[in-house]
Design a protein around this ligand. Structure first.
Ligand code: AMP
Ligand code: MG
Length: 315
């Protein structure tokens, strides 16, 4: 832990466990350190990073003109898988925000990283600890395999409990809206705010970076079909000579000769295991992963979003 603080203070990169996915962290106040994150990931400089903080009080210093919805959501969901986008204070530099006048803030719910944040006494800027556009890591081993020596230190906090990224809510407009569905469900946001909460693309004008492009993509191709079509589609692709795996719960019908990567029936379980499943299918050398989209309830909305982007045409 003290080593992690030392690495952050000298401008190094520390991979940190969170309840969502592993992050690639740097001192958010050190522009050179933040630039190292972009270099390690191969991430375009215009894609802003989330600043992770120890508590609500620390987060407030990074924003200004905070609406009352900020307090309401922060009080209920932090520490937790919710990121709030607000107008930035002078603490947030262009390196962190991609030059935007807003900043994304979160208090993550993981004991090791909360301990690190308290010991470090600053913000940790961290995107997911993977190469840009690829599958996010949910174990320390995933980070080791993917980033190797490009990261100075990896804190191993075990497998991530949520398994998909945080829900990002933009609070800079009169209507809060979801820029990215994630670990906090839309239903929970609606319940707490007492009003409808739209997804940004439903609200038309704003688009979170990466909303339509390929992202979260394994090496294998990803094909999405109706659940009722899983069986026939798998058979057809196998007949074409492809190495096919089906990502499906135990109750879905899959041809006997086709590999089933079993995922839990419930959306929370699917979310928790999604990325690790995609990674192991890549390691086993499958060419094509066929999956059915879960419905939009609860974490199903986030799982759908990740699968749709994983299946998007590769650039
Ligand atoms: P990652 O979890 O690696 O995808 O990185 C953090 C996510 O937060 C990215 O999808 C960013 O687009 C998003 N993000 C960070 N800051 C902002 C901001 N100020 N406005 C909108 N989205 C943001
Ligand atoms: Mg990412």
């Amino acid at each position: 832990m003290s080593e992690a603080v030392t690495v952050l203070r000298r401008g190094g990169l520390v991979a940190v466990p969170t309840e969502t996915v592993y992050g690639l962290g740097a001192d958010a106040s050190n522009e050179l350190a933040v630039r190292r994150i972009f270099a390690a990931k191969g991430r375009p400089l215009s894609h802003p990073l989330i600043v992770h903080l120890a508590d609500v009080q620390a987060a407030k210093a990074w924003g200004r003109e905070l609406p009352t919805t900020f307090d309401t959501l922060a009080r209920i969901f932090w520490p937790g898988p919710l990121t709030l986008v607000v107008h930035r204070s002078a603490l947030a530099t262009d390196a962190v925000t991609g030059g935007q006048p807003t900043v994304a803030l979160r208090v993550p719910d993981h004991p090791l990283t909360l301990e690190l944040l308290h010991a470090f006494r600053g913000g940790i800027a961290a995107p997911s600890a993977n190469r840009f556009g690829k599958v996010s890591p949910t174990t320390a081993e995933h980070v080791r395999q993917e980033l190797g020596t490009d990261v100075d230190l990896i804190l191993d906090g075990g497998p991530c409990a949520v398994g998909v990224e945080s829900t990002i809510v933009d609070l800079t407009h009169p209507e809060p809206r979801i820029l990215r569905p994630g670990g906090v469900s839309r239903e929970d946001l609606v319940r707490v705010l007492g009003r409808p909460v739209r997804l940004a693309h439903e609200a038309s004008d704003v688009r979170a970076p990466g909303m339509l492009e390929s992202h979260y993509a394994p090496r294998a191709g990803v094909l999405l079909v109706e659940r009722a079509a899983l069986y026939d589609e798998a058979q057809k692709r196998v007949a074409e000579g492809k190495r096919v795996a089906v990502l499906a719960p135990a109750t879905a019908r899959v041809p006997v000769k086709v590999h089933r990567a079993e995922v839990p029936e419930d959306a929370e379980g699917f979310a928790r295991e999604l990325y690790a499943s995609l990674r192991s299918l890549d390691a086993e050398g499958f060419d094509l992963v066929i999956a059915a989209l879960p419905d939009e309830k609860g974490l199903g909305l986030a799982v759908r979003d990740r699968l749709l982007k994983a299946a998007a045409p590769r650039g």
